[in-house]
Design a protein around this ligand. Structure first.
Ligand code: MRU
Length: 353
């Protein structure tokens, strides 16, 4: 993939998308020509990440509008199916709605709207990355940063630049990143497969860790800041993001580490009052009972597999969008509940390498 290439796009009447299921082993491009195939790509996470879903959803409406030029009802029905392919990331329904709003002007207008959204995505992500880099530099001025991130909030998830990872890239360009600690992000390993791939391409030092090591990394003073993306931000400032985000926020609060959420305005759902109203997608049990197609649990084992969790606002230091910090940074969220000095001292003995 070249630097300027978007991870979702349109060419010759089809949606082009990098197949995120195949990474990091293979850079494979999908050419999606029907709404059914697009929905399949979204459900199986070939296309994933909230902003990328928004743009892909809009191109899906363009596919439907071109397939049913004289049948508005058919296009609307297809749009509804696309919007509900995954329920938690609000960007998907937002992208579909926005493209659909051009339908009265015809199929070409729908496509033009989707193309505009693609172009806007890069610009929006550049702006929110710069705002986040400014904020994080202010919150953690002392030394090059050790950032912990979860899932993948890079250009794969956002068509271009990235959100939380875009901000990490911006900090790196400013010479302010010592290391990124990447949670592998069970069960589908977006951190291990995708974030490490993007960081390696950008030449940013990073180490991969298991999700359950994150709190210990904080306790042993190996993390200066946690930076994550979001799938839906409700009016009260609650944040739905990849499962495991909530535990990171609790651990960050325990250790007085800034916890920063980076997302475009299109991820904010101001019509939804609180995080309690968010529908959390539940996914298939075999994502938990199998790894890479190999069973890791006895046959028929039941599983709890929520794809997302919801972090309450009091654990979040700041939410940053292309417009800057939403409201005011919550400086209280930086106060450790108790200082973990004894744990840090123990770890110096244990960290032999
Ligand atoms: O299930 P996924 O891989 O689509 O979940 C993605 C995330 O949770 C991302 O952190 C979020 O969409 C932000 S992407 C910029």
């Amino acid at each position: 993939m070249t630097t300027g290439e978007t991870t979702v796009g349109w060419a010759d009447g089809v949606v082009l998308a990098i197949d995120q299921r195949a990474l990091p082993h293979e850079v494979r491009w999908l050419r999606i020509s029907s709404v059914d195939d697009l929905i399949e790509a979204i459900k199986t996470l070939a296309i994933r990440g909230a902003p990328a879903l928004g743009v892909a959803g809009a191109f899906g409406v363009a596919l439907a509008a071109r397939a049913h030029r004289d049948d508005t009802l058919a296009v609307t029905a297809a749009a509804e199916r696309i919007a509900s392919a995954r329920p938690t990331a609000v960007n998907l329904a937002w992208g579909v709605r926005r493209a659909l709003s051009a339908l009265l002007a015809g199929a070409d207008a729908v496509l033009a709207e989707a193309q505009l959204m693609l172009a806007e995505d890069a610009e929006v992500n550049r702006r929110l990355s710069a705002h986040t880099a400014d904020l994080v530099s202010m919150l953690c001025p002392d030394r090059p940063l050790r950032v912990l991130t979860h899932c993948n909030a890079g250009r794969l998830a956002a068509t271009a630049v990235g959100t939380a990872l875009g901000a990490v890239m911006e900090l790196h360009a400013r010479g302010k990143v010592a290391e990124v600690l990447v949670d592998e992000t069970r069960p589908l390993l977006q951190g291990a497969r995708l974030t490490t791939w993007e960081l390696a391409q950008a030449g940013i030092p990073h180490r991969l860790t298991i999700d359950s090591a994150a709190a210990w990394a904080m306790a042993t003073e190996q993390v200066d800041c946690v930076m994550v993306g979001a799938d839906r931000i409700t009016a009260d400032g609650s944040v739905a993001n990849k499962i495991g985000t909530y535990s990171l926020a609790i651990a960050a609060r325990r250790h007085g580490i800034p916890f920063v959420v980076v997302a475009p305005e299109s991820t904010r759902d101001l019509d939804m009052a609180t995080g309690c109203d968010i529908v959390v997608e539940q996914r298939a049990a075999d994502e938990v009972t199998h790894v890479g197609g190999v069973a890791t649990a006895p046959e028929q084992t039941a599983a709890f597999n929520p794809a997302f969790d919801v972090t309450p606002p009091d654990l979040i230091t700041a939410i940053v969008t292309e417009n800057g910090v939403v409201g005011e940074a919550n400086i209280n969220a930086r106060q450790p509940i108790t200082r973990p000095e004894s744990v840090a001292a123990t770890s110096q003995v244990l960290n032999s390498d």
